[in-house]
Design a binder for this molecule. Sequence first.
Ligand SMILES: CC(=O)SCCNC(=O)CCNC(=O)[C@H](O)C(C)(C)COP(=O)(O)OP(=O)(O)OC[C@H]1O[C@@H](n2cnc3c(N)ncnc32)[C@H](O)[C@@H]1OP(=O)(O)O
Length: 137
Amino acid sequence: MSTNSSAHVELPTDMELVLKVIPMPADCNASGDIFGGWVMAQVDLAGAVIPMQHAMGRVATVAVNEFVFKQPVRLGDILSFYASLTRVGRTSITVKVEVYAERFGTKGKYTKVTEASLTYVAIDEQGKPRPVPGLAA
Ligand SMILES: CC(=O)SCCNC(=O)CCNC(=O)[C@H](O)C(C)(C)COP(=O)(O)OP(=O)(O)OC[C@H]1O[C@@H](n2cnc3c(N)ncnc32)[C@H](O)[C@@H]1OP(=O)(O)O
């Protein structure tokens, strides 16, 4: 069954809002849409929030496990980044990040534009992996 992926959707209620940002003209690619690399950088920043809180300190991105650009991001969109923990290992923390665009002039209507999974590693002062707390049972 096909779905209309540009349709308006509800914002997630089981994820945390970790970042809101509006792209600027300097973030555009040659086609006038927002450059994918800019979106990836914002997702990396947004994805680090929950791991940093959980690890109570410094983390480094070790892997981008999945990254899907479902819809273009356009100039004037207000982007909301939602994240949730999906796995806690010995030193690593994996999160899911979903990005929703409130298109220019469409207040309160959201389109999912990007989804990603990233893994961060808690690191010590020497940049070496350090153990993180487990998930409460
Ligand atoms: C702040 C930033 O975002 S910096 C941006 C770019 N990131 C960086 O510069 C980080 C560069 N990488 C590094 O410094 C190192 O690889 C480190 C510190 C992240 C990890 O050091 P390593 O010696 O590779 O660690 P090690 O092999 O012990 O693995 C550590 C954890 O990462 C996990 N891991 C390693 N590689 C991967 C991978 N490709 N995918 C998913 N998880 C991975 C391991 O499974 C392990 O998790 P666990 O302890 O929960 O089981």
